[in-house]
Write a protein that binds this ligand. Structure first.
Ligand code: BDP
Length: 324
């Protein structure tokens, strides 16, 4: 009798530990620090996944880019060494051609327009290509519009002439700066503040929350509302890891990502306005650029060269431009 009971108990314990081993722990990459909307949204995502999967999937978020710079982290997710993260589609463009649609300057009229494009056929094409490349998007995240900042106001493309401007890693951004007569300098996000401070670069470009969160506003004086890029972000997971989950767990994790993304968009709406106020209070001069026409004209060459080299992208460009 005792023997039997102990056998049953051992069996039960073995099952329990088997289940514990089967539970997934995912490492999540996030480049931002506390105080940035995406950091709060990724923490919320982690809590939502825990709740929705009853602890079967655990997401441990590493903030502040401690798991590496963005292009490296993206490669890690593709390989499955990091499972998931909040990524900007800018550095994904060089890996997934279709994702580069969003890195064409002025391709979107506004953030709502960007989301309409992503929710349509163009977005499906981009998501499918990303998943094929190992980066499955679970939800799209808002990253506002990117504008230039430097030690002087920029009102026309001619003001960029001769300036060394930091950009993210993507040939479209180097072409964009070159088309205005500037010198593009691709560089990891973590290095930008020091580069601005020491004059290694004369300027950079980003949205208000990122401009504020990592202190770029402390080492520049003017933020010029060129809004030349509206680049979405994603919560993206290693495709194979996601596919290996049961259908129920996939639904739970996707639902958590969608809810966290909606939360992010709400936070973004409030905190990007607040970030602008904060940097202005700290002395940053913000200048509107009422006529963006000259910037858009300067980009004609960027589009021409890009489409000549990537004729298969014309359809996606057309889809985005014809989306109301
Ligand atoms: C921020 C993005 C982040 C980028 C960063 C950059 O959220 O993913 O790495 O810009 O400029 O706005 O590198």
């Amino acid at each position: 009798m005792f023997k039997k009971l102990s056998l049953v108990l051992t069996g039960t314990l073995m099952c329990l530990s088997f289940n514990a081993n089967a539970a997934e722990t995912w490492r999540a990459w996030n480049i931002h620090n506390d105080g940035h909307p995406n950091t709060a949204a990724m923490d919320r995502f982690s809590a939502l996944v825990d709740e929705a999967t009853k602890g079967e999937v655990t997401v441990e978020v590493f903030h502040g880019g401690v798991l590496g710079n963005q292009p490296d982290a993206l490669e890690q997710v593709r390989l499955g060494a990091i499972e998931i993260g909040n990524f900007n589609l800018g550095p994904i463009g060089p890996m997934v051609k279709e994702a580069n649609l969003v890195s064409l300057p002025f391709i979107f009229k506004s953030v709502p327009h960007m989301f309409r494009v992503l929710e349509g056929e163009a977005g499906e094409t981009i998501a499918a290509a990303m998943a094929d490349a190992g980066l499955q998007p679970l939800a799209w995240v808002d990253a506002g519009a990117r504008s230039f900042y430097s030690q002087k106001p920029i009102n026309t493309p001619a003001d960029v002439e001769g300036l060394k401007i930091r950009v993210m890693n993507n040939d479209l951004y180097t072409s964009m700066i070159s088309a205005m007569g500037g010198n593009p300098s691709p560089m990891a996000f973590a290095e930008v503040q020091q580069a601005l401070k020491t004059g290694v670069v004369d300027g950079a470009e980003n949205n208000f929350p990122s401009f504020k969160n990592v202190g770029h506003y402390e080492v520049t004086t003017h933020y010029s509302l060129s809004e030349h890029l509206i680049i979405p972000e994603c919560i993206c997971v290693n495709t194979a890891k996601f596919a290996a989950l049961s259908p129920e767990l996939q639904t739970a994790v996707r639902g958590a990502a969608e809810e966290a993304a909606l939360y992010q968009r709400e936070l973004w709406a409030v905190q990007s306005g607040q970030a602008r106020k904060d940097v202005e209070a700290a002395g940053i001069k913000v200048n509107e650029i009422p006529d963006k026409g000259p910037f858009q004209d300067a980009m004609v060459k960027v589009y021409d060269d890009y489409l000549a080299a990537n004729p298969d992208m014309a359809k996606l460009v057309e889809m985005a431009q014809s989306t109301e």
